[in-house]
Design a protein around this ligand. Sequence first.
Ligand SMILES: [Zn+2]
Length: 187
Amino acid sequence: MSQAAFVSPDACPALVLNADYRPLSYYPLSLWSWQDAIKAVFLDRVNIVSTYDTAVHSPSFEIKLPSVVCLKSYVKPAKYPAFTRFNVFLRDKFECQYCGDAHELTFDHVIPRSKGGQTVWENVVAACAPCNLRKGNRLPKDAGMIPAQKPCQPTVHELHRNGRRFPPNYLHTSWRDYLYWDSELEP
Ligand SMILES: [Zn+2]
């Protein structure tokens, strides 16, 4: 389980940094396909910070695939992370909000959809399959099952705090300098 799980290392994705050399986005991690990265280089929108050993060729030039690129103009980062399955799990620290178990995680609508509950940050929590089944279509008070934390929309900062405990499965070595930079400094 990872926000970068869809990225195959073989695809040589480029980590995209904002003009301040921080990732453009953490959740999900801002990654471009090598094709998009090369295109941005030619459009003069990014600088190449680091490269893979792999190169692409045309009759007139050769260019190493960028592993890290940096935007030339600063983009105001989003304060709130995207509402994704991974980010809900990350907010809930990959623990069932009813029993604390970390296995067989699913999503539970706190107010069931059948009772008008919406699929939003405030109404979706991580729940293990047995708890999800047990709660069924009941309201929390009827089931006697209250989420450990009242679900709410996290800030990027909050997810980042949790994210250091659950780093993506795949991080190219050249990306490490730009991620979790403060984790080593904290006790
Ligand atoms: Zn549970």
